[in-house]
Ligand binder design. Structure first.
Ligand code: URA
Length: 285
């Protein structure tokens, strides 16, 4: 039997390890053995009860304090490998149905095939002016964005605001969104599967904003929208054509503000790109 001091030291070591690995949310009170769950037969999903039009005979019970969050779906082992195609197809069908940004946001809020939604506090849909001529696109929200429910609110967002201000833009003249609208836990990168599931939504969001110019901040946004595999130091400053139903927009790749916070010397490259954004908006490029 380990002595209590050793057991406590072991527990602290495990918690330290998890914190360093990026774990920052507790999903449940009790631990789950996901390996056993992945081997278990798939549960039969209950069909939703048909809606009743008639008024209830008894007094209705008081509404819950908070809308219940859908139960997390297992995304491990066999279940995970069977679902990605279906999730992306489902996302495409739903995104197509959105006739406005408000509808798209509501559809996303009800979409439960991306596991990130179960660990995020908020859906981070978009911010700024939906009529703007320019749309900035990041990768995924971080902790500040998740808490507030808007993109680019933390240190990266403050730098982005300054960079936009330097070329005469702000959130009333630009629209801002992310490829993935939920924060990946612990700020890890979204997986390719999560990106593929969310991609139809961001593509529809871009169609509905219908900007003349899309500015991709960093490699993930650039790669997702252009299909290039090149890194951002190769693609930054490049303009790609981006087909929208109404026009051929321009897509410009540049460095992500988070990268610039770590590598301030690279701001001179970003400044070049932002001047190109200004020139494009002024019809000079
Ligand atoms: N980084 C992003 O890519 N998006 C945000 O909203 C915040 C930080």
């Amino acid at each position: 039997m380990p002595n209590p001091a050793d057991a406590q030291a072991d527990l602290i070591a495990i918690l330290d390890f998890q914190t360093e690995a990026g774990v920052d949310v507790a999903l449940d009170e009790t631990p789950h053995d996901r390996f056993t769950e992945a081997d278990a037969p798939e549960p039969v999903r209950a069909r939703p009860a048909p809606r009743r039009a008639a008024a209830p005979a008894q007094a209705p019970s008081p509404p819950p304090q908070e809308a219940p969050r859908p139960a997390p779906r297992a995304t491990f082992g066999r279940a995970a490998s069977a679902e990605p195609e279906a999730a992306a197809g489902d996302a495409r069908a739903r995104a197509r149905n959105a006739a406005s940004l408000e509808e798209l946001e509501a559809i996303l809020a009800a979409f439960d095939a991306c596991p990130l939604r179960f660990t995020a506090k908020n859906l981070v849909f978009g911010d700024g002016n939906p009529q703007a001529r320019v749309m900035f696109l990041g990768e995924a929200p971080g902790a500040d964005e998740d808490r507030i429910g808007k993109p680019f609110m933390g240190r990266s967002g403050q730098l982005l605001d300054k960079m936009m201000a330097a070329i005469g833009l702000d959130r009333s003249s630009a629209y801002i969104a992310n490829v993935v609208p939920w924060r990946p836990p612990g700020n890890r990168n979204p997986t390719p599967q999560e990106v593929a599931t969310c991609k139809p939504f961001v593509e529809r969001q871009i169609e509905l904003v219908d900007p003349e110019l899309i500015v991709c901040l960093g490699a993930p946004a650039t790669q997702t929208l252009t299909g290039t595999k090149d890194g951002i130091l190769k693609t930054r400053g490049r303009v790609f054509p981006y087909a929208l139903p109404s026009r051929e927009a321009k897509l410009l790749a540049t460095l992500h503000p988070a990268f610039l916070l770590r590598q301030p010397l690279q701001k001179r490259l970003a400044w070049r790109d932002f001047r190109a954004v200004r020139a494009a908006l002024d019809g000079k490029a």
